[in-house]
Design a protein around this ligand. Sequence first.
Ligand SMILES: C[S@@+](CC[C@H](N)C(=O)[O-])C[C@H]1O[C@@H](n2cnc3c(N)ncnc32)[C@H](O)[C@@H]1O
Length: 198
Amino acid sequence: MKEFIIKANKAVTNGEINLKDLPGSSGRLDLLCRCVNSAFFLSHDMRRDTIFYSVNYGDPNPPVTLKFVGSELKRVSPDERSIALFIKKALEKDATELWKESTSGIYSSKREFRDIILEKKNEGKRIFYLHLNGKPLEDFEFKDDEDFLFVLGDHIGIGDEDEEFLEEIGAEKISLSPLELHADHCIILVHNILDRLK
Ligand SMILES: C[S@@+](CC[C@H](N)C(=O)[O-])C[C@H]1O[C@@H](n2cnc3c(N)ncnc32)[C@H](O)[C@@H]1O
């Protein structure tokens, strides 16, 4: 199982989203939509072995965590507007501590970024923090039977405190490229690395 989590520092936490202006009206929801696209969509198929989390810290009610479960997703299509519409439906529900499903395979709750990461650590998953200045990809070995969580920042990054937290829990800091990439492109590269193990 491959899981990804992104800290979305400014992404909105209610359903007031203007679908015609995703970057401006909703704290860079466009970026999240592209990450969902990269996490799940193949040509004429979907990645069923993937889960994607977006922890939204924008106004008015942070945090709200959205969970997308590949094996359960239905009716979502790859374009940003379609994905944004499903995100809007999820954010229109009041989030609580418990996961609440809005449409098939899309859930919301009031979990914090660190809570999800700790949960995955306790489940025995290998935790990777994707960062330009991490150790080069070539220094790591991946096995097909391992479970992974990959941690990503948005356009702002995850901040010093969360970086320290990841170091404390033993997350492996990995660089995919000598160039700074978009988060959604990092997801594609990670999938490609793991696809080649099969
Ligand atoms: C547009 S970048 C964020 C840049 C932001 N200024 C920062 O300080 O993190 C979005 C995210 O993609 C990931 N990323 C970008 N380039 C990367 C690279 N070369 N290797 C690994 N991860 C990378 C990181 O998780 C980063 O937070």
